[in-house]
Design a protein around this ligand. Structure first.
Ligand SMILES: [Zn+2]
Length: 136
């Protein structure tokens, strides 16, 4: 049974990641936010990394972010990610850093500091991934 559609690798799910991926599939990503001190955190966990409170809630993120770093991969490792492809580290407006990909137009020269916005990319096999696009 052959298929020409590359299968997107499944997310490696931690114990607390479920609600985040449910939000991504619904195109409304949520991250944990501490009800005691207001700190946002990613990756998700059982308690606040800032104040140790266990009183956390899932809240939608704004989707705004800034590129902290980037790399271009010229070698293909996975069928779903043909080379060349980029990987970016994004500081979300809420504070946490996510690793993702930049879709669409790419910056000329230095990517660091470019403003991006969260988008939901539907892969050819139907998987939905959180990615980013330039806003400048
Ligand atoms: Zn806290």
């Amino acid at each position: 049974m052959g298929s020409d559609v590359a299968q997107t690798p499944s997310p490696v799910q931690g114990l607390y990641d479920g609600p985040m991926w449910e939000g991504i599939r619904a195109r409304a990503m949520c991250l944990q936010r501490c009800c005691s001190c207001g700190t946002w955190q990613y990756p998700p966990g059982p308690g606040c990394h800032a104040c140790l409170s266990e009183d956390l809630e899932w809240s939608p993120v704004s989707g705004d972010g800034t590129i902290l770093s980037w790399a271009i991969f010229h070698r293909q490792y996975l069928q779903a990610y043909p080379a060349p492809y980029n990987v970016i580290a994004v500081r979300l407006a809420e504070g946490p850093v996510m690793i993702s990909n930049l879709e669409g137009e790419q910056p000329d020269g230095n990517w660091i500091g470019c403003h991006v916005r969260l988008i939901y990319a539907e892969m050819p096999d139907g998987a939905v991934l959180p990615r980013f696009a330039l806003t400048d």
